[in-house]
Structures are given as C-alpha cells and as structure tokens.
Design a protein around this ligand. Structure first.
Ligand SMILES: C[S@@+](CC[C@H](N)C(=O)[O-])C[C@H]1O[C@@H](n2cnc3c(N)ncnc32)[C@H](O)[C@@H]1O
Length: 203
C-alpha cells in the first residue's frame, strides 16, 4: 500500500517535470482543470488589475473554456473582447458560453500566440492567465503582445504555482522587459499573482 502510494506520487512528480520541460497546450479533454476555482487569481482580482472599461477592445490569449472571458466581456459595454486560442475546441466552447449568456461583444479566433494574425496596435489591452508556460517560445509571445497592443496599453499576465507550467514572477518580468513591456504592478505573491505591464512607446 505504502509502496503504491510512493510510486503514484513519483509518477505524478515525473509527469509534472516532463510537462515543465516540454511546453504544450493543455488538451481540450483536460478542461475540467480550468473550470475549477482559480485561487489567488480570481475573476475579481483580474478585473481589479486589468481595469476593463466600456468601448475598449481587449484581447484574451488562451481563454480555455472562458473562465475569465464572460466577466471581462460584461464590462466592455460598447467595446469588444477578442479571444484567441491555439485550439478551436476552446474557442468554440467560449463562443457557446457567451451566446448562452446573451453576450454579443465577443469574437473568437484560432491561432498561435507566437505569431498572431492581428495587425499592429489593434488592442487597448490584453491578458493571459495560466497560458505563458505552455508556449514553447515565451519571448516571441510577449513580443507579439507588445506589437498588437497599442503603445501605452496594458498587458496582464496571471500565473499560479499549481500549474506544472508555472512561470515565476522574476522570469516573467525579465522576459517582458526585454519584449518592450514595462512593469507597473503586481497583485498577489509567489504562489499566485497577476502582473501588469505597459507597452513601451516606440523611441
Ligand atoms: C491551462 S489553459 C488556461 C485557460 C484559461 N486562461 C484559464 O485560466 O482558465 C491554457 C490555454 O492556453 C491555450 N494555449 C496554449 N498554448 C497556446 C498558444 N501557443 N497560442 C494560443 N493559445 C495557447 C490552450 O489551448 C489553453 O486553452
């Protein structure tokens, strides 16, 4: 019994390590995990740090099944939320939920955050939560965010240590600064946090 428990824990740790070293998108069949509460990176906290405003055009990268999307879209009266995910099933799932909620200001796109199909300066702001660590080239994704968000616009990144692809605040800040994102504030601590950056204006 004890041996079985040790083996199970070892297998779990091994799987977590493997995932960490091999960034990849969480498959749609595992969506149960993102429908659970997100301790420390709640919807209320995202709203507090992102400050979505009426008439804005915002981008969510990697919305999963829409844990945050509906809450944000509801605050964009006269504006628009565009959700962008590698997996079409995730995008379709979010669009079903927004339709059920009667929201008409959400657009869904399928694509890779490392090479976004949007023109420069399209968005007033962007956010991504529990996504960055799944992306093989995080630097590229951060550069793309700095490109598609207007100079002066904000980019909010959320992370939680329960995720095998967790990105520490130190690593994020270093990469973000290199990509042209200036650190503004952080909400939360080492276990779960939201960090807000501002897109640097071109020199
Ligand atoms: C762990 S889920 C998080 C979902 C949601 N943000 C949440 O917190 O509930 C990660 C999401 O990021 C998406 N994703 C992973 N890599 C991506 C990439 N390169 N480009 C766009 N989306 C990506 C996955 O398909 C998945 O929907």
């Amino acid at each position: 019994m004890r041996r079985a428990a040790i083996l199970a824990i070892g297998a779990l740790l091994g799987a977590a390590l493997w995932w960490r070293r091999n960034p990849s998108a969480m498959p749609y069949w595992q969506r149960f995990f993102v429908e659970l509460p997100h301790p420390g990176i709640t919807r209320e906290r995202l709203v507090e740090v992102l400050e979505p405003r009426p008439r804005e055009r915002l981008l969510e990268v990697g919305p999963g099944t829409g844990y945050y999307a509906l809450t944000v879209a509801e605050r964009l009266d006269g504006g628009r939320l565009e959700v962008y995910d590698l997996q079409k099933e995730m995008v379709d799932h979010v669009m079903r939920r927004t339709a059920e909620r009667g929201l008409t200001n959400v657009t869904g796109w399928t694509g890779d955050a490392q090479q976004m199909l949007f023109e420069d300066n399209r968005f007033d702001g962007a956010y991504l939560t529990v996504v960055l660590g799944e992306i093989p080239n995080q630097d590229l994704a951060l550069e793309e965010l700095a490109r598609v968000v207007k100079p002066g616009g904000r980019v909010v990144v959320g992370e939680i240590a329960l995720d095998p692809h967790f990105v520490s605040f130190g690593s994020l800040r270093e990469r973000a600064e290199r990509a042209g994102l200036e650190f503004e504030r952080r909400l939360g601590g080492g276990f779960a946090y939201f960090a807000r950056f501002r897109v640097r204006a071109a020199a």
